[in-house]
Design a binder for this molecule. Sequence first.
Ligand code: FEO
Length: 402
Amino acid sequence: MHVELTDGINWVGAIDWNVRDFHGYETRRGSTYNAYLVQGEKTALVDTVKRNFANTLLASVDELTGLDAVDYVIVNHGEPDHSSALPAVMEACPQATVVTNEKAVATLEGYYDPTDWQIEVINSGDSLDLGGRSLTFVQTPMVHWPDSMVSYCPEEKILFSNDAFGQHLASSHRFDDQMDLSVVMEEAKTYYANIVMLYGRPIAKAMEALGDLEIEIIAPAHGVVWREHIPTILDAYTNWVACRPTAKVLVIYESMWQSTDCMAHEIVKGATRDGVEVKLLNVTRTGRTVLATEVLDAAAIAFGSPTLNMTLMPEMAGALTYLKGLSPKNKAAMAFGSYGWAPSGPRAIQQYIEEMDMKILREPLTAQWRPDEQAREACRQAGAMLADYAEEAAANAESFHP
Ligand code: FEO
């Protein structure tokens, strides 16, 4: 199956309706692995797909041009969701030369045996003349791996952005204007938070490097192609790269005998007011993928756990470890939790908050056994403090940088 982006440039990727786990990210709407065939006098395949979809890709390329007619395979990124069909493609397309950067060559050598492949190594700024069309390459390290780059077709003003601007979203539609934009943006945000939130600075740098390009189509490696709502996704990325705070407070917690749960609800009570969005997220009910997405644009977060075995509860530890890896910027936080004889759970949370380099709004808020009225009032006050901070941070959102 192929879908035309413009005359001579077609989507030839694969739709993965069933994938639900993408290295720990819950892909509830599936995904796509987008590859594109660019035809000038010569033909280039931009990226490949996951190995189990190699035949789908090859059949689509074959529909458009014989497999012998593929002159180049552009590897924008060596992660296997884009490259694991490459051995099958190189076998089926004997005339093809792999075109990629030095770091991606190392990735390909790590995963496959490219001894018999013709490989042309390019640098940032190099162009490949296809006869009537060309592709210019810009390296975008850490968007998403050190080997990542994008390809730009100046004649058609199409940016093949690989992981950037992607969404894990399986659909029969290929373009942003064919779907409910709120669904596309929700999945773009979830993808950003869970795949590249850690790399805000490199992404901001890449966006700067691409700033002068005239772009009419952004063709990412996952999800739908942007042709109608490019300013919307670029504006969203401008906010996401800095994890810019909105007036949003999160209470993320795990409980054992409902005491920490009681504290969490009291914090929510204290934070609730007009103009501030407050969300209570029990980690045993809310998956990590959603948590990371909620954190992306939150201003202030209360993380809670009681003490279990002299440390925090295990689901909370998992959630915090996942968030720490994604390194959300520009957040303020506090720890809370109940205890019987030692407040080690809240203290362990405080350590995570410090390691995530979040602004610490107060010392851990603790309650022994069942929170009494004094403890509950302290929780409500802490909630009000979180809301105050969120309002102020949101009012100054533009002062936050990656
Ligand atoms: Fe879609 Fe970093 O691979």
